[in-house]
Design a protein around this ligand. Structure first.
Ligand code: CUK
Ligand code: CUA
Length: 635
């Protein structure tokens, strides 16, 4: 379709846009076929970009609110998960400019992450991952600017990023678990990070009980956010999806959409009620201290068996069919559990949980509100002014509702807690607001991470960008202000005030990566900052230490033999902001970044005899192209 034709249809754009929305809703909400139809309906070929006019209804879009003038800085850092890209991304808010990608579980060609020796060792040979949830470490209910934690659903891992260097310093394999999905750090201090297994497996998954799903279970795992050690696990009978923690360190939470223990779609959707797991952390830690644990698999991690009935460790709060997100409001009082297959959010009063654990009230008595928010509620965030914002997948809206009014409405049907429903484009997954996951929620910006962009951007082929929309929530009415295309698939994001994050400009020579290379250099008696040295450490093993100072490498040429295992370790001595070097060895698949004051290395096998130029791939100096040398490979 030509531009002319687009313009010719301009008047009809809204109608077409609306009918497409209706089509999506119709396709999505077909009875019990909800979930499968949702996926199929959304991808239906009848809704490609080319057969409908641009959908942006400009009247409802406010310009300029996101404009950050050239040279000016954003007010917030946005930490985005990267989904199946395996990474984390940092955006500036409100400009939505992408500032950085932090490779985590992926192999990243730009930085060498995953092939560079320290990261390769962290990743244990794997080069893919599936990040869903990014959360920062906390102290006293707000971000302390120390770490970012992120899950890997694909291989059941938790990674930690240091906020000073914005690089990963630890990755932990979670034992006895598959599908690590929801994670959440404790909020009173940098304490435990709780991680949910979404997939039920035989607890001892070594070939036992494979054909008997009734014996399967799932682990709620506690990892120490300081040491990154797995401290303990709680075994429950059903699956766990999203995670949350309270503000005091007393409880953690997990939604369970498969209380049935089904292993296929019908089985997982059979029951009208599932539940929210509430974990009593003090009781669990006492059991661990008292040795009331079981041994699972070959892991040495203590496991508390809490399968079956409610007890001192775990409470099951019944909520409608297949809940998804659980989010705690900034006062710390309420846990909002989104229905997914029920149009409701169940509001659990955390102050009533003690009584429920003590058996004085039923678990269901802790539910104090259940507002109807729309079809397919997934996640909820907050503005710090008593309002909640829930992402509604099937209806493609964000619903703003008042928490107090929802509680009143629970016993008085004349009260309507719903304040506004804002169209988003399209099929929103997570939504989050500035500082929403802290006691300092400030109600300025909200993002809606839409899974489908349809016609919102130029058509770039079958795989479309996702659409991360920025919404101004500072006033009484939500206002959509920006469409942000995103490479698949950010699931979640947090928006953090910029004064809470303090990244450095030079790499501090401390921490896990530095210690990794220090240990190697110590073996060879080499001072990496002073020496350029080729050390033959075995009959077929060579280490090459070199420094780099723009525009030269410390070693202009070195000799190795065909078949040698060569470990090339480079230290960037430049102490100049933004002056990164790297090294690329021609025809050897060696290419990695070395930031100012950092040391990095890569190991490779020297190829057939010949001259191979190595060079600096990062533009660092007027003589950057001359920053190179020769590796001479002898027979
Ligand atoms: S889950 Cu993706 S929309 Cu992995 Cu946080 Cu809810
Ligand atoms: Cu160093 Cu380019």
């Amino acid at each position: 379709m030509s531009d002319q034709e687009h313009e010719g249809q301009g008047g009809a754009a809204n109608e077409i846009g609306e009918s497409r929305r209706d089509f999506l809703k119709g396709g999505l909400a077909v009875g019990a076929g909800l979930v499968t139809t949702a996926a199929l309906g959304c991808r239906d070929g009848t809704t490609t970009a080319s057969d409908s006019a641009p959908a942006a209804a400009h009247a409802e879009v406010s310009e300029n609110k996101t404009h950050v003038p050239p040279g000016k800085l954003d007010d917030y850092y946005g930490f985005w998960s990267g989904g199946q890209s395996g990474e984390i991304r940092i955006l500036g808010i409100p400009s939505m400019r992408e500032l950085k990608r932090i490779p985590v579980f992926n192999r990243d060609a730009a930085t060498g992450w995953g092939a560079e020796d320290f990261s390769k060792q962290l990743l244990g040979g794997r080069s893919s991952g599936d990040t869903h949830h990014v959360h920062l470490s906390y102290t006293d209910g707000t971000y302390d600017g120390r770490y970012v934690f992120v899950n890997d659903k694909a291989s059941a891992r938790l990674a930690r990023v240091r906020c000073d260097t914005m690089a990963v310093d630890a990755i932990v394999d979670i034992p006895n678990s598959q599908g690590t999905h929801g994670i959440f750090p404790q909020r009173h201090k940098t304490g435990l990070v709780l991680c949910n297994a979404e997939f039920r497996t035989p607890p001892n998954n070594d070939g036992r009980d494979m054909e008997d799903p009734s014996k399967y279970g799932a682990m709620h795992t506690a990892i120490d956010g300081e040491t990154m050690e797995v401290k303990w696990q709680v075994l429950v009978e059903s699956n766990m999806d999203l995670a949350a923690t309270d503000y005091t360190g007393k409880y953690s939470f997990a939604t369970c959409y498969n209380s049935e223990g089904g292993v296929n779609l019908e089985g997982m959707m059979a029951a009208d009620r599932d539940h929210l797991y509430v974990f009593n952390l003090a009781a669990i830690e006492k059991a661990v201290a008292d040795g009331e644990t079981i041994q699972v698999g070959d892991s040495s991690v203590p496991v508390v068996d809490a399968r079956g009935e409610d007890g001192p460790y775990v409470l099951r709060v019944p909520v409608p069919k297949s809940p998804h997100g659980v989010n705690i409001d900034p006062t710390g009082r309420y846990a909002m559990v989104c229905g997914k297959l029920s149009p409701t959010v169940s509001v659990v009063d955390i102050e009533k949980l003690d009584a429920a654990f003590a058996g004085q009230i039923t678990p269901r008595d802790t539910v104090v509100a259940e507002p109807e928010v729309g079809l397919g509620p997934l996640h909820t965030c907050f503005d710090g002014r008593g309002n909640a914002y829930t992402s509604i997948f099937i209806d493609s809206v964000v619903t703003k509702w008042n928490i107090e009014k929802a509680i009143q409405a629970f016993n008085d049907e004349t009260i309507n807690p719903i304040l506004q429903k804002l169209d988003v484009h399209y099929q929103v997954g997570h939504t989050n607001a500035s500082m929403s996951e802290t006691k300092d929620a400030d109600g300025k910006w909200l993002i809606a991470l839409c899974k489908f962009s349809k016609d919102r951007f130029l058509n770039v082929g079958p795989l479309h960008a996702e659409n991360d929309q920025l919404i101004d929530i500072s006033g009484d009415v939500m206002e959509l202000v920006h469409d942000g295309p995103a490479y698949p698939e950010p699931h979640d994001a947090v928006i953090v005030r910029r004064d809470l994050i303090h990244p450095v400009k030079m790499t501090p020579r401390n921490g896990a990566s530095f210690e990794f290379y220090e240990r190697i250099a110590a073996e060879d008696g080499v001072d990496m900052r002073q020496e350029n040295k080729v050390v033959r450490v075995g009959p077929n093993k060579v280490r090459v230490y070199m420094v780099s100072v723009a525009p030269v490498f410390g070693i202009p040429e070195f000799k190795v033999k065909t078949g040698d295992e060569v470990q090339l370790i480079v230290t960037n001595l430049d102490a100049v902001e933004d002056l990164s070097h790297g090294i690329c060895v021609s025809k050897h698949d060696v290419n990695f970044l070395v930031n100012p004051q950092d040391t990095k290395g890569m190991t490779f096998t020297a190829g057939s005899p010949g001259v191979y130029w190595y060079y600096c791939p990062w533009f660092c100096h007027a003589l950057h192209l001359e920053m190179r040398g020769r590796m001479i490979v002898e027979a």
